[in-house]
Design a protein around this ligand. Structure first.
Ligand code: DLL
Length: 434
C-alpha cells in the first residue's frame, strides 16, 4: 500500500520540493541559529546564494562534534517553549547529543514512520511488538507512534526480559517484530531453549529491523529462524530518528523520504559529492525540521544511492544497506559507543593507567564488550576482592555513561602491547558483515 502521493513523484518533482525546502531551511537556520550564521559568514555565503541542489556543496558540513560543542540546546532554532520532546544519543565523550522536536516535528516524524512501516508491509491487521528501548533512544517512541498511525495494534514491550517478550508474542499473536537484528536472533535462540520454534509456533511474519548494521547472511538466518520477511530501516537521532529510509517488500535498498531530507554521498577523503552508485559517506540535510534543522550532517555511515524506480511502484531514491563507518563508533547491542567515551571514564579512575583495550565479541547472537585496562604499578594488588571491587566500580561508571554493560578486566602494568604508532584500542572479533 502507498501511504501518500509523495512516494511516487517524478525526479523533477522531488527536485522542486527539495530545492524549495533547502532554500527555506538555509534561511531559517541562518536567521535562528547563530552557529549556522557564523559558519556561513566565515565562508562568505548568504542564504540567497543557495538556490539549487547543486549549490548544496558550498554549504559547510555539520558534525556530531558541532552538536557536542553546543550541548545541550545550542543548535536549536526554537525556544524550549516550542519544544515538546527531547531525545538523545551517544556523543563522543561523556555528554550525549540532544535532539528536540516541536509538535509539528513530532507530527511529521510520526507520519514518516507510518509511511515507512506501511511500505515494509504493515497493515491495520498487524500486531506489532516493539522491543526497542523506550527512552532517550529514538527507536522505541519513533516506531511506536508511527505504527499506531499506520493502524497496527502496538505492544510497547520495550527491550529486555526476553522470556516475557516471547510469552507476550505467543499470547497476543504478534505478527510484526520491531527490534535490532541482533536481538531478533537472540530472541530466536531463547525461544528455542524454551521449546518454542518461532517459525512454527509463533505468528511473526514481518521484522522491522534497524539501529545497527547487519549483513545479508544475517537476514537469511533471521528469516529462516523466524519464518518471516526481515526488512531493514535506517535513521539517526541527529536528523530525527527512524523514518529516514526503509525497505519495501522488494528489499532492494531503503526508500528515502526525499520530501523531508536531502541525501548526498561524499567522497570519504575529499568530501566532494559522488554520483549514484558510488560508495561514500552519507550526508543528510533536513528540509522540514523546526526545532533542530540540520544542514549537511555527516553521518559517517558508508553506503550508496540509487534513483531507478522500484518494482513496488515508488520512485524515491534508495540507499543500500550501510556497509561500514568512517569513524571508530562501535554499535554494541544497538547502542552507539565511542572508545573516547570509555577513555574519559577510565581516566577519572585513580590508579588506572592510560593503556587500555576494548575487546568486542559476539556470544551467540549478542555483542559483548570487555574493557581491559592496566593499573599503575603502585595500585596493583594481589588481593582478588579489592581488584573485583574496583572492576565493579568502573563497570558501574561505564554503564552510567554508555547505557550498555561492559565487563572490566584490570591488568598488571605493562601487559598491553605498546606500539610506536597508533595504539590499537579496539579488537573487534565479531564476524565481518558481508
Ligand atoms: O539508531 C535510529 C534508529 C532507531 C534507526 C531504530 C532505525 C531503527 P542512533 O541511536 O542515533 O539512531 O544511531 C544512529 O546507528 O548513524 C548508523 O551508524 C546506525 N544505524 C541505524 N540504523 C541502521 C541500519 C538510531 N539500518 C546510527 N543499518 C547510524 C546500519 C544503522 N546502521
Amino acid at each position: 500500500m502507498i501511504w501518500d502521493k509523495n512516494e511516487q513523484l517524478s525526479r523533477d518533482e522531488y527536485r522542486a520540493i527539495q530545492e524549495a525546502g533547502l532554500r527555506r531551511t538555509v534561511q531559517y537556520a541562518y536567521d535562528r541559529v547563530p552557529f549556522y550564521r557564523r559558519k556561513m559568514r566565515e565562508i562568505g555565503i548568504e542564504p540567497g546564494d543557495i538556490r539549487h541542489l547543486e549549490d548544496l556543496r558550498h554549504l559547510p558540513l555539520t558534525t556530531k562534534d558541532d552538536l557536542r560543542h553546543n550541548y545541550p540546546f545550542g543548535l536549536f532554532a526554537t525556544d524550549l517553549e516550542e519544544v515538546v520532546r527531547l531525545h538523545a544519543s551517544s556523543g563522543t565523550t561523556g555528554k550525549p547529543i540532544v535532539v528536540g522536536y516541536t509538535a509539528r516535528d513530532l507530527e511529521i516524524w510520526t507520519d514518516l514512520v507510518a509511511r515507512m512501516v506501511t511500505l515494509a508491509g504493515v497493515t491495520r491487521k498487524d500486531v506489532a511488538q516493539i522491543c526497542f528501548g523506550y527512552g532517550l533512544f529514538t527507536g522505541g517512541f519513533g516506531l511506536h507512534y508511527g505504527l499506531e498511525r499506520a493502524g497496527a495494534t502496538v505492544i510497547p514491550s520495550s527491550s529486555g526480559n526476553t522470556e516475557k517478550q516471547l510469552m507476550l508474542m505467543e499470547d497476543f499473536g504478534t505478527t510484526v517484530l520491531v527490534s535490532t537484528p541482533s536481538y531478533a536472533l537472540y530472541m530466536a535462540e531463547v525461544a528455542q531453549q524454551m521449546g518454542i520454534d518461532p517459525a512454527k509456533d509463533l505468528n511473526v511474519k514481518l521484522g522491522l529491523f534497524g539501529g545497527e548494521p547487519w549483513s545479508e547472511s544475517m537476514r537469511k538466518e533471521i528469516e529462516a529462524r523466524w519464518g518471516m520477511t526481515a526488512t531493514d530501516n535506517y535513521g539517526l537521532s541527529e536528523i530525527g530518528g527512524p523514518g529516514f529510509a526503509g525497505e519495501c517488500f522488494c528489499r532492494c535498498g531503503m526508500h528515502i523520504a526525499e520530501d523531508h531530507f536531502i541525501a548526498e554521498i561524499l567522497d570519504r577523503d575529499n568530501f566532494q559529492p559522488l554520483g549514484p552508485g558510488e560508495y561514500g559517506e552519507l550526508v543528510i540535510t533536513t528540509l522540514t525540521k523546526e526545532a533542530l534543522p540540520i544542514i549537511r550532517y555527516r553521518t559517517k555511515d558508508i553506503t550508496r544511492l540509487f534513483t531507478e524506480p522500484c518494482a513496488c511502484g515508488r520512485t524515491t531514491m534508495r540507499m543500500e544497506k550501510v556497509t561500514g563507518r568512517t569513524d571508530d563508533m562501535l554499535i554494541i547491542r544497538g547502542v552507539n559507543v565511542f572508545p573516547s567515551q570509555i577513555e574519559s571514564v577510565l581516566m577519572e579512575v585513580k590508579g588506572v593507567s592510560p593503556f587500555y583495550q576494548l575487546v568486542v565479541d559476539r556470544q551467540g547472537y549478542l555483542d559483548t564488550l570487555e574493557v581491559h585496562v592496566e593499573l599503575l604499578p603502585d595500585y596493583f594488588t594481589d588481593n582478588y576482592a579489592d581488584l573485583k571491587a574496583l572492576e565493579q566500580q568502573i563497570e558501574k561508571k561505564l554503564y552510567a555513561v554508555l547505557s550498555v554493560t561492559a565487563r572490566v578486566k584490570l591488568l598488571e602494568y605493562n601487559s598491553i602491547e605498546r606500539t610506536t604508532g597508533k595504539a590499537k584500542r579496539v579488537i573487534d572479533k565479531r564476524p565481518k558483515l558481508i
